[in-house]
Design a protein around this ligand. Structure first.
Ligand SMILES: *Cc1c(COP(=O)(O)O)cnc(C)c1O
Length: 388
């Protein structure tokens, strides 16, 4: 076993060696621009891109023409939300989302407020699932878009996508889901779930950073105003020369995730439950955040009330963990995700996020379990001595 152990797979994942291998030719030998229509260099790149488009589409039961390659889920979220608001401003001015979304969704929606868009945050249940009745009530005839994430990046809670999709379709409202943490981990079917727009992040699923996709279902019927103008790439939705190696990597990553998903999700859920059960058996006074039933197989989020989690993490520098999302960390603020669930200040201030992944082993989980239990006990002893 090699130290440090990586248990921060929600922040990012390593590129799978098989994905890297598939990408390598497209940096040098097959370096063509897929928009070059007059020679073999361009044709080869274009063929590779179209093959990757099919691989991405297949993972979520979309069709290849519905996939728009972007730089990642942040860009996809921006394009979906701003793109709908700008394209359909004559039809309505209302967007519904929720407080536990990634900042790429929340801040995209917020950016539209000065333009006259109203943003409603649907109520959440204490387990992190959106309150469907409240969501239903929030929809008005001015509502353009509902943006509800597939799975949360801190607490791994999976939202009832099919129910939300049905609700939106019935009311003629577009449904966007940020699936950065969900694609490749749990089955997603954009047809069955009636999803209109879906964001994907390559680096959360063993492809490189800086590549992602926005799936625009029923493209043609669903239109977006682009953010980037230029050469009209990606059907005019995202100008800019395509990141061919990244796209090839994302395609391969989707294929591997699709093939491995049933077995891999069972394996990860078993390891995660081993960790959870061990922590609960070894430590009292800890608090598990978010639904255990509707949850990513690779996520565990535990609060340690009374403990300074920054100290806990630095006492365990042989394990790479995070207390919240990588995107807002650096600021020692309580988790806005946990606060939105209505937990106590103590719980919101002391979360530790365990993110398991493809290269996590049972040996690593057992080591981590031992280290957390012994370190928490030691810190609690020191704390009580200091207090006395
Ligand atoms: C990581 C993440 C993003 C951002 O994706 P990037 O590809 O890094 O821009 C957006 N939403 C969620 C839920 C994420 O986990």
């Amino acid at each position: 076993m090699k130290l440090p152990i990586y248990l921060d797979y929600h922040a990012t994942t390593p590129v799978d060696p098989r994905v890297l291998e598939a990408m390598l030719p497209f940096f040098a030998e097959s370096f063509g621009n897929p928009a070059s229509r007059n020679h073999k260099f361009g044709w080869m790149a274009a063929t590779a891109v179209e093959n990757a488009r099919k691989q991405v589409a297949k993972l979520i039961n979309a069709s290849a023409k519905e996939i728009v390659f972007t730089s990642g889920a942040s860009e996809s979220d921006n394009l979906a939300i701003k793109g709908v608001a700008h394209r359909y401003h004559d039809r309505g001015n209302h967007i519904i989302t929720m407080a536990t979304e990634h900042k790429a969704v929340l801040d995209s929606a917020k950016r539209l407020i000065p333009e006259g868009i109203t943003v409603t945050l649907a109520r959440l249940q204490p387990d992190g699932l959106v309150d469907l009745d409240d969501l239903k009530r929030a929809i008005t005839d001015k509502t353009l878009l509902v943006s509800i994430m597939a799975a949360n990046n801190e607490i791994g809670v999976i939202q009832p996508l099919a129910e939300i999709g049905l609700l939106c379709r019935e009311r003629g409202v577009l449904f966007h889901t940020d699936a950065a943490q969900a694609t490749g981990k749990i089955p997603i079917d954009v047809q069955a779930m009636q999803i209109d727009l879906l964001s994907i992040a390559g680096h959360k699923m063993y492809a490189p950073k800086g590549i992602g996709a926005l799936c625009v279902i029923r493209r043609g019927a669903v239109e977006l105003t682009p953010i980037l103008d230029g050469g009209g790439h990606e059907g005019g939705l995202r100008s800019g020369t395509l990141n061919v190696p990244g796209i090839v990597g994302l395609g391969k990553a989707c294929e591997f995730c699709r093939q491995d998903m049933p077995e891999e999700s069972r394996r990860l859920a078993a390891l995660r439950d081993r960790l959870k059960d061990g922590l609960l058996a070894g430590l009292d006074g800890i608090h598990i955040n978010g639904s255990l039933e509707h949850r990513l197989p690779n996520n565990l989020n535990v609060s340690f009330p009374g403990l300074d989690v920054a100290t806990l993490m630095s006492a365990m520098s042989d394990i790479a963990l995070s207390s919240g999302s990588a995107c807002t960390s650096g600021t020692p603020e309580p988790s806005y995700v946990l606060k939105a669930l209505g937990v106590s200040e103590e719980v919101a201030n002391t979360p530790l996020r365990f993110g398991l992944g493809r290269f996590t082993t049972e040996e690593e989980i057992d080591y981590c379990l031992r280290r957390v239990v012994e370190t928490v006990k030691k810190l609690r002893e020191m704390g009580s001595t200091a207090a006395a």
